[in-house]
Ligand binder design. Structure first.
Ligand code: MLT
Length: 407
């Protein structure tokens, strides 16, 4: 009799955003005359930057000619893209990251979810609450947690982000091994200062731990004092892996391109205490299970680093940040406290009431979809996340409807 991986039975029945999509579909089926505006899942709405589209077309033409056709590419990504990333995202910020420390992939969701495979079964996890659900769920699937008791998996150290700590958790008092951090944060939109990130790097060095740093939203940082990369912190090359994505930077949610940085100086240990380079392990995993991102997509991603590409992506981000400002001002006018939206595309609204109830209220009375904070963890209760990804017209209409619904 074939048996299942019983760790899956510890999970909630469906993934948060699938759950929300089901509720929204049920609502639209029952109310066909009431168009819904989606400010829930962080999915971009504006077209790809022109430079990316031109690069896609040109690369597709290359695939149409025998002389320039490409079959399998390097699993880790083409040198032209890895070198552009190393130069523009790292060297330009004073970070020493070599092109061969960068692994191009089809998404940070997959990379954040898959990375846990290279660590031991019994590593001690430190995971933020609220959190992007992928970090927790993939460790549950792998059997690194106990059962879910009262909204928390046993055996996990939760890093609480609350109004009291400005939604940036401090390092825990206990030792942990594998630490997930995300800044600018999904879902709260909070950012971490250099001093806060330095405390995390020092903690990881003291404990010979590894930080998994998700900086998928770094392009939204407008405050020049806020680090974009964990490698801006001294010593981080010895303790951190970083995830970045073109999804929110250049509108690639449907196009799929991201990368993971694993410095060659980053070590972890076997049971006998011998050090192993995580770069070699991730390379082994990546080349065994992944065959690379399509050539035209990598060309489109590389176009982001041209002068025109930098200008067009920056304009795109400014557009979403202007949406975020409108949302923040409107929610403040309605008397809600909120953070985020100034260096991130997400607003975290302290509603002071049950978050699924508030979600239902906005859906039923305003036909606006947000994300209930409780879906991101226990500390998300009493909050909702509103995403700035939509057209200006839809954001303005949504805000007018929300104001009318809450009056
Ligand atoms: C979100 O809404 O949190 C994002 O879309 C998640 C993701 O990028 O996978």
């Amino acid at each position: 009799m074939i048996r299942i991986n019983e760790n899956y039975t510890k999970l909630k029945a469906s993934y948060l955003f699938s759950d929300i999509a089901k509720r929204v579909s049920a609502y639209t089926a029952a109310n066909p005359g009431k168009p819904v505006i989606r400010l829930g899942i962080g999915d971009v709405t504006e077209p790809l930057p022109r430079v990316c589209v031109d690069a896609l077309h040109a690369a597709t033409d290359e695939m149409a000619a025998r002389a320039t056709f490409k079959g399998y590419g390097p699993e880790q990504g083409y040198a032209f893209l890895r070198e552009a990333v190393a130069q523009h995202d790292y060297a330009a910020r004073g970070c020493k990251i070599d092109a061969d420390e960068i692994f191009i992939s089809d998404g940070s969701k997959c990379d954040c979810g898959n990375i846990q495979e290279i660590f031991a079964q019994d590593v001690r996890l430190a995971i933020p609450d609220p959190v992007y659900p992928v970090y927790v769920d993939t460790n549950v699937m792998a059997g690194r947690t106990g059962a879910n008791v009262d909204g928390r998996y046993q055996g996990v150290t939760y890093l609480e982000s609350t109004p009291a700590n400005g939604y940036v958790p401090a390092v825990p008092a206990v030792a942990t091994d594998l630490i997930y951090l995300c800044f600018p944060n999904n879902p709260t939109g909070a950012v971490a200062t250099k001093a806060q990130l330095t405390a995390w790097v020092e903690y990881a060095r003291r404990n010979r731990a590894v930080i998994l740093f998700d900086s998928a939203y770094e392009a939204y940082i407008r405050d020049p004092a806020i680090p974009h990369s964990i490698y801006e912190i001294e010593g981080a090359r010895e303790v951190a892996i970083e995830f970045r994505s073109f999804s929110k930077t250049a509108g690639f949610t449907g196009t799929r391109c991201a990368y993971t940085v694993v410095p060659k100086t980053l070590m972890a240990y076997d049971a006998a205490g011998n050090a192993h380079a995580l770069h070699a392990l991730w390379n082994r995993r990546h080349t065994t299970k992944f065959n690379g991102v399509a050539y035209p997509i990598q060309k489109a991603a590389a176009a982001v680093y041209t002068e025109a590409g930098r200008k067009q992506t920056s304009d795109l981000i400014d557009f979403y940040l202007a949406n975020a400002r409108l949302i923040r001002e409107a929610m403040n006018r309605l008397g809600f406290k909120c953070i985020g939206g100034d260096n991130a595309p997400y607003l975290w609204i302290n509603t002071g009431r049950d978050s699924w109830e508030f979600f239902d209220l906005l859906l039923n009375r305003a036909q606006v979809v947000c994300t209930p904070g409780a879906g991101f963890g226990k500390c998300g209760e009493g909050h909702v996340r509103i995403s700035a990804f939509n057209s200006r017209e839809n954001v303005e209409t949504a805000l007018t409807r929300i104001a009318a619904a809450l009056r």
